[in-house]
Structures are given as structure tokens and as C-alpha cells.
Design a binder for this molecule. Structure first.
Ligand SMILES: *Cc1c(COP(=O)(O)O)cnc(C)c1O
Length: 197
């Protein structure tokens, strides 16, 4: 499943794509996402279908942005490299490592903050950055912690819960200019230094 939501590296404004090498599954997906029509003219439905059709206008946006994909990817990788440089010496702040077998798109740049070592927890960091006019965001809460899931069976996800608590996403838009990114890096470093005294 690929998401082409508005905040992705390749977007069509919304929607997404299912990729499969299973022809039967592809036919089934196509059937269900295009209203499960069993008779084209009289619109007979033997099953409940959905109008999940991707419009031509959306596809046109996607095709145009596909031409700029390499450029967007370079921006994300430049931002990640600059963050890795800027944060590399901060104790207990972990930047995203790239696996030796992969080339990351660094879609949503994220750092992990070990509150004990960094002397500022992730929530205080967000507050501190906001005072400098910079919006950093948390990641998504683990599903079992969502208020929408109250009452559901929850087995506990200690690792996911810790990662959610420790992770924060500084701005990493492809539109982020180098001087602005440096402001973000400086603000994180200043917040860390203030708390370390
Ligand atoms: C974008 C994204 C989603 C949501 O996809 P939508 O197309 O917006 O529904 C879910 N999980 C991850 C990891 C994503 O990056």
C-alpha cells in the first residue's frame, strides 16, 4: 500500500495505491474500489463496493510531481545529513541511522531523546522550540493508547510506548531552506545547553 497523502514525498493531494503481483488480488481490489459493479449498464451489485476511485486530475498531479521526485528526495537526504551533523555530538540524542542495505527517504525526520542524558525531555523540547517560533511534533501514539480504543483489548507495547515518548520530529519539509534548518538545529542545541547547566 502506498499513501499519496498531501504530506508525502510523492503526493496526489490524497488517496493512494495498492501494488500487487497477484493478478486475482488486483482484480478483486479493482472490483471493490470501483463500486463492485457486476453489470456495467444496470449497475447490479452482488457485494458492497466502495467509491475509492483515483481521479484523473489526481493522477495528473502525481505525474507532475513524479518528475520532481528526485529533487524532493535530495532535499530530504540533505536535511537528514545536516541534522546528523548538527546533533551528532549531543549526548543521548539519537538521530536516524541508515541501514547499510538501504537508502532512506528520511520522509519525517525524527530524533530520540533520552531524557536522563539530555536533561530535557521531549515535551519540554517541543515547548522550548515553540518559544523560538519552531514547530516540532510528536509521532503518533501507539493504537492501544488512543482514546478511540478505550475498552479494547490492549496487550501493552512497551517499546512502542517508549519510542513515542522519546521521539520528536523537527521541521523537515522539502521547502526548508538551509538557514532555516540551521535555526532549528541551533534552537535544539540551545535548549539542550540551557537544561544542562
Ligand atoms: C501516511 C501514512 C499513513 C496514512 O496514510 P493515508 O494515506 O494518509 O491514510 C499511515 N502510516 C504511515 C507510516 C504513513 O506514513
Amino acid at each position: 500500500m502506498l499513501s499519496f497523502n498531501g504530506n508525502k514525498l510523492l503526493t496526489t493531494g490524497g488517496g493512494g495505491m495498492i501494488a500487487t503481483d497477484d493478478a486475482a488480488l488486483a482484480r478483486r481490489d479493482n472490483y471493490l474500489t470501483t463500486q463492485a459493479k457486476d453489470e456495467r449498464v444496470e449497475a447490479v451489485h452482488k457485494e458492497v463496493g466502495y467509491n475509492y476511485r483515483f481521479t484523473n486530475a489526481q493522477a495528473a498531479v502525481g505525474c507532475a510531481l513524479l518528475e520532481r521526485f528526485e529533487e524532493f528526495l535530495r532535499s530530504k537526504r540533505r536535511i537528514a545529513a545536516r541534522c546528523a551533523d548538527g546533533f551528532g555530538d549531543l549526548p543521548r540524542l539519537t538521530t536516524i541511522a541508515e541501514a547499510p542495505w538501504a537508502s532512506s527517504g528520511f520522509w519525517l525526520y525524527t530524533v530520540l531523546i533520552d531524557a536522563a542524558g539530555f536533561r530535557i525531555d521531549s515535551r519540554s523540547l517541543i515547548r522550548s522550540l515553540r518559544e523560538s517560533g519552531i514547530e516540532a511534533r510528536p509521532l503518533w501514539e501507539p493504537r492501544p493508547q488512543s482514546p478511540a480504543r478505550v475498552g479494547s483489548l490492549a496487550l501493552g507495547c512497551p517499546v512502542a510506548e517508549r519510542l513515542t515518548e522519546q521521539s520528536r520530529c523537527p521541521p523537515s519539509s522539502t521547502a526548508l531552506a538551509v538557514p532555516h534548518q540551521d535555526q532549528v538545529i541551533d534552537a535544539v542545541r540551545a535548549a539542550a545547553a540551557r537544561r544542562s547547566r
